[in-house]
Design a protein around this ligand. Sequence first.
Ligand SMILES: Cc1ncc(COP(=O)(O)O)c(C=O)c1O
Length: 389
Amino acid sequence: MSNVNYGLRFESSGDSISAEPKLREVSDRSPVVPSSSVQELTPYEAVTSQAAIRAKPDGETVFKLDWNESTVPASPEVREAIAAHIAGDRGLNWYPQLGSEELIEALTDYTGLESENLLVTNGSDDALHLICDTFLDPGDHVVAPAPTYNHFITFAQSCGADIEKPIGESPFEKSIDAIRDSLRPSTRILYLVSPNNPTGVIYPPEDVAELCRDHPETLILLDEAYYEFAKVTGVDLVEEHPNIVVTRTFSKAFGLAGLRVGYLSGHPELVDALSRIYNPKSVNTLGQVGAKAALEDLEYLEEYLSEVEAAKGVLADYLDTTPVEYHMTPANFVVVRVPQLQETLDALEQRGIYVRDRSDYPGLDNCLRMTIGTVDQTRKVIDLISGVF
Ligand SMILES: Cc1ncc(COP(=O)(O)O)c(C=O)c1O
């Protein structure tokens, strides 16, 4: 250690690096094939506007309203905590704190649960993946009312699950009867998103509790990625029911999508089962530091939530003056059905507004989903879209 010079930057030494590296030729076929369940999957199509937005000239106004991210930067306290950590002696050269201990501690205050109920994950997608890997065998029956968040479906399929997707009478209303009709004593997972993406449907805790009671051998997986906006939660149910796991994220209301931090809560035995394949260093240091700082500045969160709530009113008032059908959700997005979808999407993009085409989801033909941000942003969006719809 004594001869390490911390003041020096490491530079390439020894072999010189040629300006134009030679690329090795790689055969266009590989003899190595994926597992049989993965072979059946088509790649998850992550359609994002990021590349189109990056290609725009600097300074051009754009509204990225396609992935339900926060439309404002993270709390200044988050940014300060991350900057301070990077500047510190143990900035980035150490592995992250295993199991995100300090963040778990902060989450016990935020959720009202014990640390033994909690596991921090690399985004809530990672939690969904972990749950599928831990609880599913090939051929297992999984119920996921449609339309829903498709990434879970991919994870369950990759485990070889047999997925049933009940459809209710309306995609914008909860479909408890259709769900109950699909459930069997052998169903391994029931996946409920509340508020649902993309329809905003809420599954009230009373309904979820009944499902937990009536299906004791089914894992009720309640995805609350948008909980903060709706303020309806089933998280307390984990104290009463040993067969529920609730997942949440810092990607939406807290504005930390780029850091990749989520968490799950459940009965300690479920958390123990998940810990068998959980990677305790999967959440990077800056993610842990940033998420903890976000929980220490709930005032900032509340301010943003109030903005979004007020913006929904402003947008609804505008949409009421148009002929389009729209569904305002309890989350941070609205679903709009337009007569000519592709033309509308093109016209919005020309105005720098990027929304998500959800028309291939059951019951959502001609529908787009649009994230809602602050009042000021929404007024600007309305100015731009008037004339489009
Ligand atoms: C319902 C739902 N669950 C989970 C996620 C994944 O979020 P994260 O960024 O925490 O992985 C999303 C993201 O869009 C979502 O809509």
